[in-house]
Write a new protein. Sequence first.
Lengths: 200, 320
Amino acid sequence: MSLEGAEGVGRALQRVGELLQARGERFHIVVIGGAAVNLLGIVSRATTDVDILAFARSNASGSLRLVPPDEPLPQTLLDASRTVATDLNLDPNWLNTGPAGQWKSGLPPGLETRVHWTEYSGLVVGLVDRYDLIFFKLYAAVDDTGPKSVHFQDLIALTPSDEELVEAGRWVRQQDPSPAIADTLTQVMNYARDFRHRPR
Amino acid sequence: MPATSATDLASEVRDASLQYLWRQWQAIGATVTGTGQANAIVDPEVLILTSLWMLDFEQRLADVTISWVRINSSLLSIQRFHNLCDEFPKVVSDRLSSLATVGMEEGKDLRWKSLRKRQVADLGTRGNKVRAVEVGSPSWATLFLQLRRGIGVGAKADVLTFLIGTSGHQGDWSNVAMIAEATSYTPAAVRRVADDLAAARFIRVPSTADSDRGVQRMYNADPKVWAQLLQVGVAQTGWGYWRERFLFIIDLLTWIQSLSEREVSSYARDVEARELLTKHNAAFLRDRVVDPIDFSGAELGMTYLETVTRTLLNWLTNRG
């Protein structure tokens, strides 16, 4: 089963948060992917999982600092997500740290300062900004099957400006400098520009 | 379930449990005034550990427990205390340590030494008034203690007690795992003593080819024969599964108390109620206090927890 739109994603996260709160636990997570584009209201589509990009921890001055997510997830968070998976008939790994590898190659510059925080009881969820989602979605679309891919569709829904596409393209090139990627990247960026200028 | 409803349930559970503990104490020789009688076999170690936990609600349990141990210490299994203690909240092992001092110093029973810790909890007893006598004439309630008196304290008497208490009129069979789980001895120890008991014809093994090859060793005891031998009525057999039931009651009361100390949404309450029901399902399913088919088909949550808890209390009061 999948999470239906922002409401479905929000309900699942709320339940996890309530279980954490009952156990006296509190986690800050930052999510990207389909869950983020739904919760930001950019699209309304089904998604199967919630991708955790980062955890956030308070530093000495009390402000939040993003760190790579714990892998595996802390037991209480994992237990809560599994319980919710059972109750909502979701994949047992619907809450996962799939994008954690992104920390090795680098995050879009300044991402941390643009995170939008929402509280779901004991789970505080940070959504990466639309600007940063353009970077991630462009990268994912380059790596995917073509204009019909969900990542490309999400990229279009994010309505990137030419400047944003250029910035995102430059970042994607840093992630993977191979010539094959360069060609595909150019194609995807051109598609995205064309799509934007097509009459609806 | 609103907070007042949870508090009401806790109050009902506490009252019914205390009333039943008194019945069990009365059945094994404590001089207390109880209402009704204990029908099922009293598990003395579980009764003592549960009573030690319930001291916060009923201080008089300390007086009775200590008085009973002074006189009947030799009938208790220190090994089972060790095996069972970790399943109970930590406060119980601290209090058991205090009781160990009583067992050693007043009961003159050095076996308790291994249960004594450096720091002991104060049991808060009131004087040395005698509140118990030696375990009396045989009944189903005292079967555990009587068989220990006759055979000796140890796994042999306890395995025999379990098999007499569970074989019933249908001649139900138990395997090593079931006996080990219920008596809190290791499977190896259970297998050894059960084979001895079977060889001595104290208990039966099925005469099938599988059993002969030892594929699945099953045992039972003929309750009619044992009832006649021990001169107890045949109708009131029953192991009672007190460990399972009292551990549930302790967890339930602890949990309800915690609800008032935490912020718990109705969803989280339902999940935690389900976890309690799942963890302690044996408290309901043994002796079919709750129909297993109803249980497996039910939506396990707060409402169902309330329902089956009241069913269990009713069983305790009328059949336990």
